[in-house]
Write a protein that binds this ligand. Structure first.
Ligand code: KG4
Ligand code: ZN
Length: 378
């Protein structure tokens, strides 16, 4: 089947076309129009500005998406759209566009939770990636080969570490759409911490890629001996599976305030970025291992914008290989880590596949709700 998907929950106007069947999901067109430049002036996303941009871009983005694939409305079987959580003015542009198309073209419409999309991003084009053997992303089971993992094989329970600008959660997925949130941040999300620290260091928005780049440039022989830069690992050893990142950001802020003149010193920026990133990665990895010990998942999945972080991808992979060699580690292709619409199409395919009442989707042009605080649910 052919699925047209739309995502506008934050600052990316995105549309994708996917071809999905028993063999999995193949993305045939994938357009993302980013508003980063617009929002970077303000150091973060301004909801009404985002909505205005989405409104301007949504039709051209969908047109480009369909044009590139040379697919007209007659070939589309299903429309999917992110209907929450996110910024309401932004979400509404996507959902009202999707509803209009669903009504006009008489196509079923499915609303997808943004985080569910991030999770299912891990199941896009698996077979193709595996066949080409370019999937360094999937850490194969030690005893079996990577060939043994196919995309229709969901090995439940899956433990998902979701790390984005809006979410930091550990979610146990017992079966498709059967979610239990077993841990979450008590304050800032991991991506939000990257963005805030980036602002403190004058590195711009979004902070994740900037901090990560500076962290990579750190050379240990240039370590500042006088300042002894090291940050806490908040809640790393707490008994629960929750997180907290706002104190870590405050530690960076205090250090920078005391040493403002060093903000022009490249070695200082590199070291702070490196130590901050290490701290976040350590906490995320340790908490995921703790959750894995408790819940014995068969698969561990990394998802959300921060999953683009190469240090996190690597450290988590190595820790899982070491401690849980029989657990499959999945992480999305880098282009599907950050917000995109391909992941929404992927989730929609499985929602469609496992739905008993497919006819209901035909009425969603009037019934679908848009919710800023939509919960992950069946
Ligand atoms: O999933 P996403 O694109 O949007 C939300 O759903 O929030 O995640 C965006 C977040 C931002 O906070 C951004 O700084 C972070 O992901 N991010 C990264 C990296 N690339 C993006 N964080 C750390 N390292 C990266 N390479
Ligand atoms: Zn996201």
């Amino acid at each position: 089947m052919i699925i047209l998907s739309i995502e506008t929950s934050c600052d990316e106007t995105a549309s994708a076309l996917a071809e999905a069947d028993e063999n999995g999901i193949k993305i045939i067109s994938d357009i993302v129009s980013s508003q980063i430049k617009l929002h970077s002036r303000w150091g973060g996303v301004v909801p009404n500005l985002a909505a205005r941009e989405h409104l301007k871009n949504i039709i051209p983005v969908i047109e480009e998406c369909m044009g590139k694939a040379d697919i007209g409305p007659e070939k589309i079987d299903l429309i999917a759209v992110t209907n929450g959580p996110g910024l309401i003015p932004a979400l509404l542009i996507g959902t009202s566009t999707a509803k209009t198309l669903s009504y006009l073209w008489k196509k079923p419409l499915i609303g997808i939770h943004h985080v569910e999309g991030h999770i299912y991003a891990n199941f896009i084009e698996d077979k193709i990636r595996i066949k080409k053997n370019i999937s360094k992303n999937i850490y194969e089971k030690k005893s079996e080969g990577i060939e043994n993992i196919t995309d229709s094989e969901f090995d439940f329970p899956m433990l998902c570490l979701i790390v984005s600008g809006g979410h930091t959660q550990l979610v146990l997925v017992k079966n498709h759409f059967d979610y239990e949130i077993i841990g979450e941040t008590l304050d800032d999300a991991a991506g939000e911490a990257f963005d805030k620290v980036s602002r403190i260091l004058n590195l711009g928005y979004p902070g994740g890629p900037a901090i990560s780049m500076w962290a990579d440039s750190f050379e240990s022989e240039k370590k500042n001996k006088e300042l002894e830069i090291s940050f806490p690992r908040p809640m790393m050893n707490s008994n629960d599976l929750n997180f907290s990142f706002s104190g870590l950001k405050t530690s960076v802020l205090y250090l920078v305030k005391k040493n403002e003149s060093l903000l022009k010193d490249k070695d200082f920026i590199a070291e702070v970025s490196h130590e901050f990133q290490n701290s976040v990665v350590d906490v995320l990895v340790q908490k995921t291992l703790k959750a894995a010990e408790k819940y014995s998942p068969k698969t561990i999945v990394l998802a959300g914008g921060v999953s683009a972080n190469s240090e996190l991808r690597k450290q988590l992979g190595e820790a899982i290989k070491d401690k849980f060699p029989n657990v499959t580690y999945r992480l999305p292709e880098a282009k599907y880590s950050i917000d995109n619409a391909a992941m929404i199409a992927a989730a929609a395919y499985y929602r469609w596949k496992y739905s008993e009442n497919k006819n209901n989707f035909l009425d969603n042009w009037k019934n679908l709700k848009t919710e800023a605080n939509l919960k992950l649910q069946k």
